[in-house]
Design a protein around this ligand. Structure first.
Ligand code: CIZ
Length: 307
């Protein structure tokens, strides 16, 4: 079991179970988390789905095993609950590529543009935006707007993909997810040569040149649904490799191939069983969002959910 000790795992899993009762907590794990964290969690999924389910649940504490913006989304939807991110440093490089100050400046330069913000952004950036979107509904959200000029933040590649599917004038923001950006067309071509029968699924945070080589572009939930329904037996998966654990678990008879060793998000791997136990024990690290910011950010998420 890599460098982890199985005795330690058992100890922390028991401790977490005990503390979960005490704190009346739910443990959420993003699809990119370590396998042992996914196996321990009450729910595994994408950030918005997890946040919505936690909102509907009757708990006092949400432990979000993911990155900062994901825990913030849970806190935006559940202000009456305590939301914990087990590792303070679990940030998101893409979300950090758009600050609220930069966004305000860009809005001043483009006063006629409607700001569409990908959920992969800080609460402050969400609060400064007109409407949110996910990688699954970006095209639908942009097409639902009556305005023609769109400022899409913070992911340039998702923005370009959305733009390729609409007639709107989309201004792109220079942000990117390093893991998805590092997946290159040559990686897809080589893996396809090795597995010619495999369906190629990639995340819309990838470069457009990569998306154009794929059979489908999906969010993590979209990939999970597609694989479950598909008659194909082999898949090349162009997203963070943490998703492979769940794909294999839910589809033991199918085979999955990772096209690049670079498809890894170091922040997503910071959370360990020990960190989760300590988080519940010490009630750390609490997500605090000023109420005014939270309300505005919720408005942009609610507007998206209405669409
Ligand atoms: O919001 C999420 O969960 C992200 C970043 C990815 C996805 O496709 O699920």
């Amino acid at each position: 079991m890599n460098s982890r000790d199985i005795k330690d795992d058992k100890y922390y899993i028991e401790k977490i179970k005990e503390l979960k009762e005490k704190r009346r907590a739910i443990i959420l794990a993003h699809n990119y988390q370590r396998p042992e964290i996914q196996d321990l969690a009450d729910l595994v999924g994408d950030s918005l789905d997890l946040s919505k389910k936690a909102q509907a649940s009757d708990v006092e504490t949400i432990v979000f095993c993911g990155v900062q913006f994901m825990a913030e989304s849970a806190a935006i939807l559940s202000p009456e609950k305590t939301v914990l991110l087990p590792v303070k440093e679990a940030g998101c490089q893409l979300a950090d590529m758009a600050t609220v100050q930069e966004l305000r400046k860009k809005k001043e330069e483009n006063p006629e543009a409607t700001v569409v913000c990908y959920v992969n952004s800080s609460a402050q950036v969400k609060a400064e935006s007109d409407i949110g979107c996910t990688s699954a509904n970006g095209v639908e959200i942009v097409n639902s707007l009556k305005e023609d000029k769109i400022l899409f933040v913070p992911d340039e590649h998702l923005g370009r993909y959305v733009a390729s599917k609409t007639k709107k004038d989309v201004i792109l923001w220079k942000g990117f997810c390093p893991a998805h950006y590092n997946l290159l067309p040559k990686d897809i071509l080589r893996t396809e040569e090795e597995h010619p029968e495999a369906k190629v699924l990639v995340h819309p945070e990838c470069r457009l040149a990569v998306i154009q080589l794929a059979d489908e572009a999906f969010s993590t939930s979209g990939m999970l649904n597609y694989v479950k329904e598909s008659e194909a037996k082999e898949f090349i998966i162009g997203t963070e490799m943490g998703l492979i654990h769940r794909l294999k678990k839910e589809n033991p008879e199918k085979n999955f191939y990772v096209p690049s060793e670079n498809l890894i998000c170091p922040s997503m791997k910071l959370i360990t069983l020990k960190e989760v136990a300590q988080s519940l024990e010490k009630m750390r690290y609490k997500i605090e969002i000023p109420e005014e910011v939270r309300k505005k950010a919720k408005k942009s998420l609610d507007r998206m959910l209405e669409v």
